[in-house]
Write a protein that binds this ligand. Sequence first.
Ligand code: ZN
Length: 204
Amino acid sequence: MRLELAERLRCPGAHTPTPLIVVAQETRARVLHRAIVGCAVCGLEARIAAGALTFPTGLRLTGAGAEGAADAATLDRLAALLHLDAPGGAILLTGGYARYAAALEAAHDVHVVVLDPSRDDGREARSIPFTDASFRAAAVDAWPAWLLDDLTRVVTPGGRIVAPAGTEPPVGARLLARDDQEWVAASEGGSGGMVELKRLKGGR
Ligand SMILES: [Zn+2]
């Protein structure tokens, strides 16, 4: 995990938003390879090993791996939907979109975080383990529902959210376009108060 992203980690536990404490054990070229991660509020302990962070619930965060070559047309479409017109920043991918992580990182000079909820025990509501506005865009599968609902908080206002057709944009995201494959929406920020203000100003 990139150091600048590790600094934005937030405890996913159901309590007051609290940054995670990260004790680095092995860092190479601004990437954390091994670290101990902890929460001062709930006592959560987790480890970063081989660059991947696994939470006690089974939720996992990784960087771009050694995914196979992605089909160029699909990759271009996804980059356009995510509005990756300039380099820099970080994007969040889950599920089927994770296969494009390495190609997007290489072609668009962005940092990619892959969130894998497939082994999460699902015993309680979760939040995405990052502070507000950590990502410029996100492309996620429909499952689990809490992930989609928490996206407008972690994607910067105006940032794109892409998800497969058959789901609906979460509250706080404005639909920009949809076809039979996917929809794309713009985050309006995760704070209800701010969304309300914007609605008043925009007359919507
Ligand atoms: Zn905690």
